[in-house]
Design a protein around this ligand. Structure first.
Ligand SMILES: Cc1ncc(COP(=O)(O)O)c(C=O)c1O
Length: 490
C-alpha cells in the first residue's frame, strides 16, 4: 500500500521545471524493495491506527531510528525533531530514509522556493565550486557585485524600495538583521554624535533571529529569557497599534524593524495604515525604517518583495533578506538606501564568508528566477487555491478551524487547539506542514508547487484533520513539530 502511494505521488512533478523522466526514474522509481516502517514498526501503541497510515513514523527498530540513535547523543538539543530522516528531495517532494516520499508544504521554512534539487541550481553550484568557492572580501570576485547590482535593479523594477542603492551580503537572516541594526545605530551616531540616538524599536510577535542584536529585537520572552540580559536600547511596541507610535518612536530612535508579515509569530500581516504610520513617524524623527522580508520576500507573498505591492510612500530605508535568496545555500543580504549606506565606513562591519563567489553565484541565480513577474502571478493564484480549501475545511470542521491569514504562499490557518496532532497526522499520511505562533498551521510550500500537488496535499490535510480532531490522543508524537519551541531552562 505504501509502495503504490509512493509511485503515484512521484509521478506528479512540477511541469514548471525542466525535469527529465530519466532524472526522476534514476532517483525514485526503484524504491520498491526498501523495507519501510509499515512492515517493521513496533513502537506504536495502536496497530490499527498504524495500519491505516501510509507513512507511520519510523519505529524503534527501523533503519531511521538506529541511525538517529547513533547521532542524537552528539547534538546539542536545540530542536525537537520529527522521527523521519530526510535524505533527498526533488521539486516539491522529500524522501526519507525508509524511501517514502512526502509532499512538502514547508520548503524548509520558506527556503526552497525553487524546489528541491533544482537541476540548474545543482549544475551552477558544482560549476562555481569547481571554479572559485571563496577568496575573502579582501579581493573583488566575479559574482558578489553582480548579485548586489541585480538585487538593487530588481528591487526597483519590481516596484519595491525606490531608493535602493547598495547591498551588504551576509550568511543568514539573523546576520542580515544584525548588520541592519548596526547600520541603523551608525546612522544614529552620524545624525546625533552625542550617542543619544541609539534606540531600536521592534514589535510584539516578531521574530528577527537568534544572535544577540536580532534576539534583542525579537519581542518574545520565550526566546529572550534564557539569554537575558538583552542588549540595551531596544524597545518593543504592540504590532499594528498606531496609537502607541508617537510615544514609542522618539528623537532617541535610530531604527525601527518590522516584518510586513510576521511569519513565526503566526502569519499576521502588518496593516497598510500601520506601515504608513511607521514610515511617517520614522521620517519625522530621522530614524531608519527596516523591513525584515526574510520570510515574506523573494516572491513568496506574490510580489518580489511584499512591499513591492505598496506605494512608494511606504517604502523602507533597509530591506533584509535570506532564506529563499539561496534556495538552501546559506546567504543573507541587506539592501539599503544611499542615505544609510553613506554612513557606513570601511572597517565598520564585515564577514569572512558573506559575498563569497559561491554564495553570490547561487543568490544571483535565485534572484533571477524569483523576481519573475509570471512566477508572482502564479503564486497569487496558488494562494487563492489554498484559501478555497481553507474555506472548505472551516465548513467541515467548524469547531476546530478558524480564520486563514497571509498572502501568496505564506499562509496561516488558525486552529482552536494545539496543531501538533494535525502536523503529526499529516506527516504520517505523507504531507509536511509546520506550525507558527499560537495554534496556527503554517503553509510555505515551494513556489513551483503545482495545482495538482496542492490538491493532493489538501486532501491529505483533510484526512489528517479528520483523524486528529476525532481523537487527538490517538495521534502519537505530540511533542514533535514545534519549529521554534525551546526546551525549558534548567
Ligand atoms: C522574519 C525572519 N527574520 C529573521 C529570521 C532569522 O533567519 P535565520 O534563521 O536565517 O538566521 C527568520 C527565520 O525564521 C525570519 O523568519
Amino acid at each position: 500500500m505504501a509502495v503504490r502511494h509512493l509511485s503515484r505521488r512521484a509521478n506528479t512533478l512540477s511541469p514548471l521545471l525542466p525535469y527529465t523522466p530519466n532524472h526522476h526514474t534514476r532517483y525514485y522509481a526503484s524504491a520498491i524493495p526498501v523495507p519501510t516502517a509499515t512492515t517493521s514498526d513496533t513502537t506504536n501503541a495502536n496497530p490499527q491506527h498504524e495500519a491505516a497510515l501510509s507513512h507511520p513514523d519510523p519505529a524503534a527498530d527501523s533503519q531511521s531510528a538506529r541511525f538517529t540513535s547513533q547521532h542524537d547523543p552528539y547534538h546539542i538539543a536545540t530542536y525537537a525533531k520529527a522521527p523521519p530522516v530526510m535524505v533527498k528531495g526533488f521539486g516539491s517532494r522529500i524522501w526519507d530514509m525508509e524511501n517514502r516520499s512526502y509532499l512538502d508544504f514547508t520548503a524548509g521554512i520558506a527556503v526552497n522556493s525553487l524546489g528541491h534539487a533544482h537541476p540548474e541550481f545543482v549544475r551552477l553550484l558544482a560549476q562555481q565550486a569547481g571554479t572559485l568557492a571563496h577568496c575573502s572580501n579582501l579581493y573583488h570576485n566575479a559574482w558578489s557585485g553582480e548579485l548586489a547590482k541585480l538585487l538593487v535593479t530588481k528591487t526597483r523594477s519590481s516596484g519595491g524600495m525606490h531608493d535602493a542603492a547598495r547591498v551588504f551580503l551576509s550568511n543568514s537572516g539573523t546576520e542580515a538583521n544584525e548588520a541592519a541594526l548596526k547600520f541603523a545605530r551608525k546612522v544614529g551616531k552620524v545624525r546625533d554624535p552625542s550617542g543619544a540616538k541609539h534606540e531600536i524599536v521592534s514589535f510584539t510577535g516578531s521574530f528577527h533571529g537568534r544572535t544577540m542584536g536580532a534576539l534583542s529585537a525579537t519581542a518574545n520572552p520565550k526566546y529572550q529569557a534564557p539569554f537575558a540580559p538583552m542588549i540595551p536600547g531596544f524597545r518593543h511596541g504592540k504590532f499594528n497599534d498606531i496609537e502607541s507610535l508617537d510615544a514609542l518612536i522618539s528623537e532617541k530612535t535610530c531604527g525601527v524593524i518590522v516584518e510586513p508579515i510576521q511569519g513565526e509569530g503566526g502569519v499576521h500581516e502588518a496593516s497598510t495604515e500601520f506601515l504608513q504610520a511607521l514610515r511617517d513617524r520614522t521620517k519625522a524623527v530621522g530614524a531608519v525604517l527596516i523591513y525584515d522580508e526574510i520570510q515574506c520576500g523573494m516572491g513568496r507573498a506574490g510580489s518580489f518583495w511584499l512591499h513591492s505591492s505598496l506605494p512608494p510612500a511606504l517604502h523602507p530605508d533597509i530591506i533584509t533578506t535570506a532564506k529563499a535568496l539561496g534556495n538552501g545555500f546559506p546567504i543573507g543580504a541587506v539592501v539599503a538606501s544611499e542615505g544609510v549606506s553613506s554612513a557606513i565606513m570601511i572597517g565598520d562591519h564585515g564577514t569572512t564568508f558573506g559575498g563569497s563567489p559561491l554564495a553570490s553565484r547561487m543568490g544571483h541565480f535565485c534572484v533571477e528566477k524569483l523576481s519573475d513577474p509570471s512566477l508572482h502571478e502564479a503564486v497569487r493564484k496558488k494562494g487563492q487555491q489554498f484559501k478555497q480549501h481553507f474555506g472548505r475545511l472551516r465548513e467541515q470542521f467548524s469547531h476546530s478551524v478558524g480564520e486563514d491569514r497571509g498572502r501568496g504562499l505564506l499562509l496561516g490557518l488558525q486552529l482552536m487547539s494545539d496543531p501538533v496532532p494535525v502536523v503529526t497526522a499529516a506527516r504520517e499520511r505523507g504531507l509536511l506542514v509546520i506550525t507558527a505562533g499560537t495554534n496556527t498551521l503554517r503553509f510555505a510550500p515551494p513556489l513551483i508547487i503545482t495545482d495538482g500537488e496542492i490538491e493532493e496535499g489538501m486532501k491529505i490535510l483533510g484526512e489528517a484533520m479528520e483523524a486528529a480532531f476525532r481523537s487527538p490522543s490517538d495521534i502519537h508524537g505530540q511533542l514533535v513539530g514545534r519549529q521554534q519551541e525551546i526546551p525549558p531552562v534548567r
